[in-house]
Design a binder for this molecule. Sequence first.
Ligand code: ATP
Length: 330
Amino acid sequence: MVSVNNFSISFGDTKIVENINFEVQKGEIVTLLGKSGCGKTTILRAIAGLQKEHDGEICIGNTCVSSKDVYEKNREVGYIFQDYALFPHLNVEENIAFALDKLSKKDREAKVQKLLNQFDIVDHRKKQIHQLSGGQQQRVAIARAMANNPKILLLDEPFANLDSQLRYKTKMWVKNLIKKYELSAILVTHDKKEALSISDKIGIINNKKMIQFDTAKNMYNNPKNFYIANFLSEINIIPDTLLKDLDVKTNENQIAIAYTKDCKLSTENNSIEIEIIDYSYYGENYEVIYKLKNFEHEQNLHSQVENIESIIDKTLFLNISKDDIKIIEK
Ligand SMILES: Nc1ncnc2c1ncn2[C@@H]1O[C@H](COP(=O)(O)OP(=O)(O)OP(=O)(O)O)[C@@H](O)[C@H]1O
């Protein structure tokens, strides 16, 4: 188990994150999600012992360290870097064996053989890294990280360099690996879909703080504030004039939103007539941008429709009920 307590870090005078708290249980995948530069990698590096100067405490199992004095090797951590950080001058099996310098030659060879089989890269064992595909390189990186039987796996954007099909396959494979070996895994990504699909829990970082730490489902269904709702889903801000009409009340610190999936357009007559401004084709559906005809508002609204022909040139209405509207912090 990993716990990060009251963790803060600065580089020079610049505070990167402050007072971060979260836990990762055995067999759990926690994803740190946030915009580029918000400090996700810095937190991973500190957990791995690569970033030693920080405030607060990082506990791995029963060992808690505050700073400086604990070395990376004591931490039973496997780190998979975003660019995999494989050694270009070593071949596949030498890359994997690199982490096993403490074992005898015989044990090392046996362990490397096991990892090559386990990660399905045995046929590539003598290849140089540049002779491998992105997916194969990623498997080598994971095999190397797993060589010392870590209890904790740290994955920094591990799927970023893979095409979408391989990305999905690899994601499921990594998830199963973490569950099978009951590792505690911390993953860093920008990708909200990836975070929602792989994580047991998500921590969202914004403005130096972890603003919500929750299960993926809770986070999606009950976002703590507008930043999280807007980051995790496609949303519409519901205009005040429509809120009045629906008798939904907000205070000055709140905002009313609805997921675009809950904003259905139809020809079924109600009082919320809309006017289409534009639409674009996205494969499985069309994104429709529109305004409400009888309500004042500045921002356009969005909905998805499967069949544009069924709505174009028709009198259209927004089908939304009070239950579809979420009131959240601004
Ligand atoms: N060693 C360092 N010295 C000074 N500043 C640093 C150092 N390492 C990181 N930073 C700064 O700290 C901030 C956080 O960097 P970090 O790499 O943790 O962000 P991130 O959320 O992982 O970003 P990305 O998603 O783009 O990888 C950035 O502004 C970065 O420039």
